[in-house]
Design a protein around this ligand. Structure first.
Ligand SMILES: [Fe+2]
Length: 197
């Protein structure tokens, strides 16, 4: 485990323990063990490292830790180029910090760090696990079936119920998020909502 990834875990824990929206969604896991995720590069890593983020937010220590760990984490891209296009895949990536296949293993919850560059539309998708988006930096428009749309910035959060379709649009800023999952299907993947079903 690269030391910057361990530092990131420590900073996420520190934020989680003092942030009501995170700690009331799910307790900090008490079953963490080191996983064996290998580094996997993404163009998004360089964009995150080059991002001049505010330094005075409660989320700043986590943002800095993400920047420092960006070349040492297992970036992933659930979707294919056929589904979301090349531009999307060049400006988005996420990694599983905590979870069944994360840098730190847990069966109690998952915690992902996700990045979307400016001017992206993340189409409606859903998954079995309940989800909490927490904004670490930047802002985006969140839309979900049955809820009012909202533009959310740093420290704001949004809940998605099991299989509730949700979409996200970035405008003039990128967004960096901490995404928590809870529920019985932590290993389940996100699926795009298709117009033909
Ligand atoms: Fe989601």
């Amino acid at each position: 485990m690269h030391e910057t990834v361990t530092t990131l875990l420590d900073e996420v824990k520190a934020l989680w323990m003092v942030t009501e929206s995170l700690s009331s969604f799910t307790d900090w896991p008490d079953d963490l063990t080191a996983g064996n995720s290998a580094p996997n590069h993404a163009l998004a890593a360089e964009k995150i490292m080059a991002w001049d983020m505010p330094e005075t937010s409660p989320t700043s220590p986590v943002c800095r830790a993400v920047q420092q760990a960006a070349l040492h984490v297992n970036w992933q891209f659930i979707y294919t180029e056929a589904e979301v296009g090349r531009h999307f895949l060049d400006n988005y990536a996420y990694f599983e910090l905590i979870g069944p296949t994360g840098h730190f293993h847990s069966d109690q919850c998952s915690a992902f760090i996700g990045y979307w560059g400016p001017g992206l539309f993340y189409p409606a998708h859903h998954h079995a696990s309940e989800e909490l988006y927490f904004v670490l930096a930047g802002h985006a428009l969140f839309e979900s079936d049955g809820d009012d749309p909202a533009t959310l910035g740093t420290t704001a959060h949004r809940f998605h119920a099991s299989h509730q379709p949700h979409a996200m649009t970035t405008t003039n800023s990128a967004i960096l998020t901490l995404v928590l999952w809870r529920g019985p299907e932590l290993s389940g993947l996100s699926q795009l909502v298709r117009s033909d079903n």
